[in-house]
Design a protein around this ligand. Structure first.
Ligand SMILES: [Zn+2]
Length: 403
């Protein structure tokens, strides 16, 4: 593929050879690369200088024609440091809280977990685990080297406890009734050994619930802002199912959740495999990769043009949502003063700066001073929530979503 002259500096779409697939060992092929991106896009910084000095890594997305897995061929876990000011919680959003409660309620209705042990690997601040234990009456153990159980009730259900260690270092726990791993596998390169370490910690044959981002929508929409250095592995329903089965596990449920942004898989080794996937063959995925190339280039051009147009007319643009998506967009497009600030409702983020681009994060109230002409919403799921917040502030800017 010829590099297009209209692409931002450092961005390329190329299908050259890229190592081997981490799970099935087929030679990989390149898809998309960005030369310099922050190694941890979800970390916020106290000063502009610190934000600009963030270590940079390379995003070099590779694909496997056999199993459909995608991975960052340039992922370097030595560059990733989750201990510094990592802020992954979405707990401040009513939309997220509603989803969380509905999900844990359903899970506790489907399984009898009362008094039993639920282990969550990569539990972060423990919001999901606390909610599930409170709902089901289970006992919870959260394993996460960066867990800080500051915001959850340790008396939820039959009680919670956190182990601040890598799962590989945790001695075997009691026999667990459910092993949960949400939004963690995408941060792991060698996912096979990681799954085995989780199973060892739970004494083996444990029902497993996995939640990971679903790349299908990202590919279909060309959502390049959803691709990060620290996401070592990317899944579609097909590649996730092929990998879990290759690990000798049956699948009973695989479905998209959270407006199709994520997917949840349940694997109970004591039950037969009864999931059939449609439209998830590696050949069908190759079509989706072509679509990604096309849509991402289109989206890069149109977003840059919109922000440049607002700036040229003397207007002000802000982004809404100071998470990884904002970092991905700002850094990939090389945006500077085309964007005045990034709004976020989490008060812990106010006054901090976005990794790499160093844009300032503000609370919604500050928008009354900025009087934005354009609000670019990073997550379409929150558009209505944001529209209401703006209305309450007496503001009526143009509202656009990415994608
Ligand atoms: Zn493969």
């Amino acid at each position: 593929m010829e590099p297009s002259p209209s692409l931002p500096p450092g961005v390329a779409f190329s299908d050259g050879a890229r190592g081997t697939c981490p799970t099935c060992r087929t030679p990989g092929r390149g898809l998309y690369s960005v030369a310099a991106v922050p190694t941890t896009s979800n970390v916020l910084f106290h000063s502009q200088a610190e934000a600009r000095a963030v270590p940079m890594g390379t995003l070099d997305l590779a694909t496997c024609d056999t199993c459909g897995l995608l991975w960052n061929a340039a992922f370097d876990d030595r560059l990733v440091d989750y201990s510094k000011g990592y802020e992954e919680t979405q707990g401040f959003s009513p939309t997220f809280r509603k989803w969380l409660e509905a999900t844990t309620q359903q899970l506790s209705n489907e399984r009898d977990l009362r008094g039993k042990l639920v282990v969550e690997v990569g539990c972060g601040k423990g919001e999901f685990l606390a909610s599930l234990c409170a709902e089901s009456g289970a006992r919870g153990i959260g394993i996460d080297p960066s867990s800080t159980a500051g915001r959850v009730d340790l008396d939820s259900g039959a009680g919670l406890r956190f182990i601040q260690q890598l799962v590989e270092d945790v001695p075997p726990l009691d026999d667990a009734a459910l092993l949960v791993c949400r939004h963690t596998l995408e941060h792991i390169g060698p996912i096979g050994p990681f799954l085995r370490a989780m199973e060892r910690a739970c004494l083996g044959n444990t029902p497993l619930l996995i939640e990971v981002p679903d790349l299908t929508r990202v590919l279909a929409e060309g959502a390049f802002w959803d691709l990060y250095h620290e996401h070592a592995t990317y899944f579609t329903p097909g590649s996730l199912a092929r990998w879990i089965r290759s690990m000798g596990r049956p699948i009973q449920m695989l479905r998209r959740v959270y407006s199709d942004q994520n997917m949840v898989l349940i694997s109970d080794p004591d039950l037969p495999d009864d999931v059939q996937l449609q439209g998830e063959s590696p050949a069908e995925q190759r079509q989706a990769l072509l679509q990604f190339n096309h849509r991402a280039q289109e989206s890069m051009a149109s977003t840059s043009a919109l922000l440049a147009e607002i700036q040229a007319s003397g207007g002000t643009s802000v982004l809404w949502g100071a998470g990884s998506k904002a970092t991905g967009l700002l850094v990939t497009l090389g945006l500077t003063d085309q964007v005045a600030a990034v709004v976020d409702i989490n008060p812990d983020k106010t006054g901090s700066h976005i990794a790499g681009s160093a844009h300032r994060v503000i609370g919604p109230a500050e928008l009354t001073e900025i009087q934005p002409d354009l609000v670019l919403v990073m997550n379409p799921l929150y558009v209505e929530e944001i529209r209401n917040s703006l209305k309450a502030l007496g503001l009526n800017p143009r509202l656009e979503t990415l994608g």
